[in-house]
Write a protein that binds this ligand. Sequence first.
Ligand SMILES: [Zn+2]
Length: 330
Amino acid sequence: MRGRTAAFVQATGAAQGFSQAFGGTGRLGKTVYVLLTMDCETARCDVVPYGLEMSGSGPADYEESARSIRGYVEFAGARGYPVTLLAHPEVAIENRELLLELKRAGTCLGLHVHPYKLRGRKYRYDLGAYPASSQREILAAAIACWGSAIGTEPQYFRGGYFSANDSTFGVLEELGFVGGSLSNPGRVLPDHCSVWSGAEPYPHKAHTGFRQVRGESDFVNVPVSGAFNRPVTRGHAGEKGFEWSYIPHTYDHKEVIRDVLERFRVDRPNFGTIVTDTHNDQDYSDPNHPSSQNLSLILESITEHCNMLDLTPVGITLDKLCDLVMAEER
Ligand SMILES: [Zn+2]
């Protein structure tokens, strides 16, 4: 319910969070969840020059956006995997019919926000640069816009550049979101207020006081799956951190998958989840496009390594995964 009061102080959450932070007590079993996401960016023709300086990702127009989104969902669907689309409000409006069609067929829809890309707004920074009151204002405007297009308000979220601060999870919970994929463990990108060093690597209930640890809120966070043995000093967004399954990048995707799955075997998390990400400026309708080839390699590598490690990959959407985590940790 929108506007409900969140529990901002979780006295027992911190202690519990630290003790469980890196698994070891879980029961991985044989299931590995595979969450394919796409950040659907405002078309570049719709973003002010300053916004493009802050983030140049995104399609030239909404036709390119629609081709990329449909191509991604169909490419993944043909290989048995569902998709989660995190859409900027402008995309929800301009690609409305497509998103509703895909939602009816099982695609999960959520909200994606870079404040400086919001149409008609004049924000200058990434989400994590703002105090709670401003984040509330930014997100409320985005929710209203997105909701007017889709017909229901968004319940799932990811910030642009994985930008967030210690207020973000509490604000999201307060605004009625139930989950998201906000963190990129190990990422250090202060220019975009995205710092996740030491962050909990597995799906968990968020902590509303300290973003890097497990908590007891009613908001589930699903971190991106980093290859912790493959550090990078400058990733695709200019970050320090680790290679991960960002599909358009030239990382060694097969080795990334191997590294992540071998970590799961050691940590035995309750919800070992491979998370991929991409943008709606990659033409997945073309099977020869480099990103299509990379996605193909990632999915084949998941199958191959899971077979070797006696694991079973299961495609899942963000809403369903959040439900499972919430039920398990209730
Ligand atoms: Zn983005």
